[in-house]
Design a binder for this molecule. Structure first.
Ligand SMILES: [Zn+2]
Length: 233
């Protein structure tokens, strides 16, 4: 094979991959789909009804990850400033944290499972420790108040977080895939569309990389439209 053919094949492979890889932002729900999902939660029996609503709202509007929701603790709530503070770590020994600790230790000879477990639970990255305002809408604020009336921490595992979203999506008869991470992407897209700038959007979502925020802002088109209109009007 000539060098030209090799390069051409590599390019073709990359191009094919870019066409076939699914990105989470492709699964972002429209405002209407999101409202239908929240509405459908109320048709589930308690306590699944409340749990599904809580998950959909804090994932789909505040952008929490499934792991963050499963480890959600009311200690994270700063009522004076109306913030959810995702900590750097939270003591936990759930099945998920055990499995993650075992995996970390197996990749690192100097780390024992016990030591790995000592820092569990922790969010995905350092940037994920963040403060998220929850008074963006009364609906979200009230849902967080109701949660703290009922629970001191999320009462189930991460698997349950996935299951509740699935149940709500089935109840809403939404076409397309609905899962916790696409709700997080829906939150990112919602804030980008409202005009949140790249740096605060990055901080809100806890991304390590500013480029991710810029991608959501570019896709939303709001900043582009505003800048173009400013020139023309
Ligand atoms: Zn855990």
């Amino acid at each position: 094979m000539t060098q030209w053919q090799t390069e051409s094949n590599e390019w073709a492979d990359r191009h094919r991959r870019s066409l076939t890889t699914r990105h989470t932002y492709e699964d972002v729900l429209t405002d209407r789909e999101f409202e239908l999902l929240v509405e459908a939660c109320s048709e589930l029996p308690e306590p699944r009804r409340f749990q599904a609503r809580f998950i959909c709202l804090i994932a789909g509007r505040l952008g929490l990850r499934a792991g963050e929701i499963a480890h959600f603790d009311t200690n994270w709530l700063d009522w004076d400033r109306k913030l959810v503070r995702i900590p750097k770590s939270e003591p936990c020994a759930c099945g998920y944290c055990h499995r993650q600790a075992a995996q970390e230790a197996s990749h690192n000879e100097t780390l024992s499972v016990q030591d790995a477990l000592a820092s569990r639970w922790h969010p995905k990255t350092i940037a994920s420790a963040r403060a998220i305002p929850f008074d963006l809408s009364l609906r979200v604020e009230l849902c967080i108040e109701r949660f703290s009336d009922r629970y001191s921490s999320f009462p189930h595992s991460r698997t349950t977080v996935n299951r509740r979203v699935q149940e709500a999506a089935e109840q809403a008869a939404l076409s397309g895939r609905v899962y916790p991470h696409c709700l997080r992407a829906t939150a990112a897209s919602y804030h980008a569309y409202k005009g949140v700038a790249p740096v605060p959007l990055q901080a809100l979502m806890g991304w390590s990389d500013l480029a991710t925020a810029q991608k959501y802002i570019r896709i939303s088109g709001t900043a582009t439209a505003d800048a173009v209109r400013q020139v023309h009007y």
